[in-house]
Design a protein around this ligand. Structure first.
Ligand code: TXA
Ligand code: MG
Length: 310
């Protein structure tokens, strides 16, 4: 299929209420018509995702996002500066927002994002309406950064997978909420904290309060491979497979031989998938610096290492 035929076919599936997996610059998304309750419900079912965990609505243009939500000035500034890009902004739903309330999971808020990937943008433009898209993996498992990951783990549930090769950023979007009068970081991701804070001109706040889950991406045990993980490991012990970084290398796997956190983010899920498929029982992971995308990498590694529900 040439690209425009493939995109047209995908848009037609979305119009009929079907599911399309598509590449973004972060990870592959499992897309559905965000304005259809039935289509959004299918996404939850296909992923086995808890209904209290809301979904991101994706659009082709920042102006579309600004109409779907009530953006305070700083939120608008972030969107104007960083979209298209790996940033998700959580704001109150606009009064006449056509996005299914199922996507908001009962919250008064909506998460919005304009992805920066040619095929994602082509699909969003062809379809015209917002598209909900969680990462295209069964809930709780590793996120997919290739079409093959989607095929293996979710293939049967999806009507079409658009193959865009490997996702260049490799970790999910950064999620920033404006629901509490200040910019709060709900999930570290593909845009570094440092960059956000320099645009905002202020520090990002930690999510307020303990209460109910603000962003269920904050749930412990998430992004889990089958293998166990041991973090900040200087070297593997017997029976472990080592995932190195920079000069810390034992065996064939290294997130970034040059010690670059962006390269490491791009390789993270692919290498975890690969080591998992090779049948490792425990993966010992080198320490990753916390600067730039290192914050998102360390967040995903901690969740992957967290104790799992039986
Ligand atoms: O990079 C990404 O964000 C990818 C690609 C496909 O765009 N999508 C993605 O979606 O990672 P998902 O569903 O796997 O993660 C969305 C995160 C979750 O942590 C969810 O709880 C949070 O965003 N979220 C969505 N809507 C929210 C809302 N209204 N309030 C707070 N958090 C929200
Ligand atoms: Mg996810």
């Amino acid at each position: 299929m040439d690209i425009s035929t493939e995109i047209e076919a995908a848009a037609a599936i979305l119009r009929k209420g079907g599911l399309v997996a598509f590449p973004t610059e972060t990870v592959y998304g499992l897309g559905a018509n965000a304005t259809s309750d039935a289509a959004v419900a299918k996404v939850y079912a296909a992923k086995g995702r808890p209904q209290f965990n809301p979904l991101i609505a994706h659009v082709a243009f920042p102006d579309q996002a600004f109409e779907l939500g009530a953006f305070p000035p700083l939120a608008q500034k972030l969107g104007e500066s960083l979209w298209p890009g790996p940033l998700t902004i959580v704001v109150p739903r606009a009064a006449l927002c056509p996005v299914s309330k199922l996507a908001s999971a009962g919250l008064p808020s909506l998460a919005l994002r304009v992805p920066r990937h040619a095929k994602a943008l082509a699909l969003l433009r062809a379809f015209g309406l917002p598209v909900v898209a969680p990462s295209a993996n069964p809930s709780g498992l590793l996120s997919p950064t290739t079409a093959e990951h989607v095929r293996q783990n979710l293939g049967a549930a999806v009507d079409l997978i658009i193959d865009g090769g490997a996702c260049p950023v490799g970790v999910e979007s950064t999620v920033v909420s404006f629901m509490n009068g200040q910019a709060e970081l709900l999930r570290a991701g593909g845009i570094a904290r440092e960059e956000l804070e320099s645009i905002l001109g202020e520090k990002l706040a930690a999510p307020a309060g303990q209460g109910p889950v603000h962003s269920p991406g904050q749930l412990e045990s998430h992004y889990a491979p089958s293998a166990k993980l041991r973090l900040n490991a200087k070297a593997p012990v017997a029976g472990e497979t080592y995932l190195g970084f920079g000069e810390h290398q034992h065996g064939p796997y290294n997130l970034s031989p040059g010690g670059d956190v962006e390269e490491a983010a791009a390789n993270l899920f692919r290498l975890l998938h690969e080591i998992d498929e090779a049948g490792a029982s425990t993966i010992a992971v080198a320490a990753i610096p916390e600067h730039g995308l290192g914050e998102a990498i360390n967040d995903r590694l901690r969740r992957a290492a967290a104790p799992r529900p039986a």
